[in-house]
Design a protein around this ligand. Structure first.
Ligand code: SF4
Ligand code: SF4
Length: 522
């Protein structure tokens, strides 16, 4: 077999989907084609990513385009200092396998090549090449019935500040120290190989990949792009009526649902920067929800997953069905507490069969974040609150104390772990917690480790993630104020009262809130 390869130099980023299609068209005709290209400044997002979820659009808009590629996986902040490899191969040449296995095989020749240059890189699941834990490259794969498309992005030099400003996922603060810490997570090739001849890279990559394919490399001129199929534009659809997310080994997967009538699903989609080889199978799975009652989303997905199992090898089918259950739970919360409440509440349960009412009935503690205490309050970095009436944390304390619940201000990440360990030892079944969703996504293992069910209330206002100061926050040094919704906490605890054996007649929350508000200023 022949591997036709070319060096396309710098391409206008908006033309990248056409470029991918041009290479795939040749692979459909039986050729293996490798393109080495650099893109103009852009945010390159995965095929099922919602840019609002992955990018800091307030920074991106008006500066550079958001371009949707054909492979799934996370968003990238790119400029011409990154080399992008695009390999299109007839599907018959590559054995079908889950995405991680395909990517491990595809990355092997690249790892060998940089190994020959003295860099001890390795493949790190699900889709990176790393060196001593630092990222050298990211890789992605798309399997269609007739073509397999591999892509790898290798920064030669990395604009870390541009990357941090572009991505919405948890970021380091942009201080000198924060930038240094972020830089230590990446190893652009030029930092490892200062004498690297970037101009010779495409030929070296082509030779390594041709060897992997058992093909002979043949250099050629870059092709003229021609378009057969348009991808969905890289803009967001209207906000879903109900949405839930789950952290999976492939990444954070969202299920977004739009409703008609009381509870019928009009449209649905899976979204996220997840690593999967057949994103179209997720679209088909979401289509199975159309016309279903959202309260049955879990069982509907469970049935559909069985039929599509072969194309969903990158996921645990139980996870996919559970996302339907989580959407149904959010809908249930919305019916009881309103749409805004449903958006602000996240459920975590080690036992996925636990019902919402079962979780609420088990609440034995309330955990609050120090970041919602006023900056001037002497209790900000201490556990406890005398309920002076000057902030909603006092109201939250009153609500919890009125019920005899344990109430703790979490002052740092290690403090959270210690408190969760104490709750576990005390056999507390569940807690109501207040924290930003970003924290829960990034630090979910603290909750998994504790094994205690939780209902988590998102906080409003500036979080340390939006301000890029999470490292300071984990150490208890976040210096902005987040906002806690004590009314929502009151609603949750009142619901808990209603379902707790012997607790239905209690009406403590509103009294507690009123009392806290009337306290004199101190
Ligand atoms: S209620 Fe008063 S003492 Fe308690 S955290 Fe708020 S400001 Fe501080
Ligand atoms: S991560 Fe930051 S913003 Fe989020 S709850 Fe913790 S301190 Fe507050």
């Amino acid at each position: 077999m022949r591997l036709a390869w070319h060096d396309a130099a710098v391409l206008a980023a908006q033309g990248f989907p056409d470029y991918e299609e041009t290479l795939m068209a040749r692979a459909r005709e039986g050729e293996a084609v490798l393109g080495c290209v650099r893109l103009s400044r852009c945010a390159l997002i995965g095929v099922i990513e919602d840019p609002q979820q992955s990018l800091r659009m307030t920074f991106v808009e008006g500066r550079f385009p958001v371009v949707r590629r054909r492979t799934a996986g996370g968003s990238l902040s790119l400029d011409p200092d990154s080399l992008v490899l695009v390999l299109a191969v007839p599907a018959a040449c590559i054995p079908a396998a889950p995405a991680v296995d395909c990517l491990r095989a595809f990355c092997a020749p690249l790892v060998d090549l940089i190994g020959a240059w003295g860099v001890a890189g390795q493949f790190t699941a699900p889709n990176d090449i790393t060196e001593r834990g630092r990222k050298i490259a990211s890789a992605f794969v798309l399997q269609t019935p007739d073509v397999v498309l591999f892509e790898a992005v290798l920064p030669l030099v990395l604009d870390i500040e541009g990357l941090l400003k572009t991505m919405r996922l948890p970021l380091e603060k942009l201080s000198e120290q924060g930038l240094l810490a972020a830089r230590q997570r990446f190893a652009p090739l030029k930092s490892l190989l200062p004498d690297l001849d970037a101009g010779a890279l495409p030929a070296a990559m082509a030779a390594a990949i041709a060897h992997f394919l058992g093909a002979s490399p043949a250099a050629e001129r870059p092709p003229e792009p021609k378009t057969r199929e348009r991808l969905a534009p890289a803009t967001s659809t209207p906000a879903p009526d109900v949405s839930a997310f789950l952290k999976t080994p492939a990444g954070v997967l969202y299920l977004d649902v739009w409703l008609e009538g009381e509870a019928l699903i009009r449209a649905a989609r899976f979204a996220g920067g997840i690593v999967c080889a057949k994103p179209a199978a997720l679209s088909d799975l979401a289509a199975a929800l159309i016309g279903a009652d959202i309260r049955k989303a879990g069982p509907t997905l469970a049935d559909a997953v069985v039929q599509a199992a072969g194309d969903l090898a990158d996921f645990d089918p139980v996870d996919l069905a559970y996302l339907g259950d989580l959407c149904a739970t959010r809908f249930h919360i919305g019916a009881r507490l309103g749409v805004q409440a449903a958006r602000a509440l996240t459920i975590f349960s080690p036992d996925r069969r636990l019902t919402m009412e079962g979780l609420l009935a088990g609440i034995g503690a309330v955990l609050l974040p120090y970041c919602a205490k006023p900056l001037w309050c002497k209790w900000r970095h201490r556990d406890g609150c005398p309920e002076c009436g000057r902030c909603e944390i006092g109201e939250a304390y009153a609500l919890a104390r009125a019920r005899g619940l344990t109430v703790v201000t979490i002052t740092a990440y290690e403090h959270l772990r210690a408190v969760l360990a104490d709750l576990r030892q005390a056999k507390v079944k569940a807690f109501a917690g207040v924290c930003c969703t970003d924290f829960f996504i990034k630090r979910d293992y603290a909750f998994i480790e504790a094994g205690i069910a939780a209902i988590l209330i998102d906080i409003a206002g500036d979080t340390c993630y939006t301000l890029r100061a999470e490292e300071a926050a984990y150490a208890g040094r976040f210096d902005a104020e987040a906002r806690l919704d004590a009314r929502l906490l009151a609603s949750v605890l009142r619901w808990s009262d209603a379902v707790r054996p012997g607790g239905a007649t209690r009406d403590l929350p509103d009294r507690a809130v009123t009392r806290a508000r009337k306290r004199p200023k101190v």
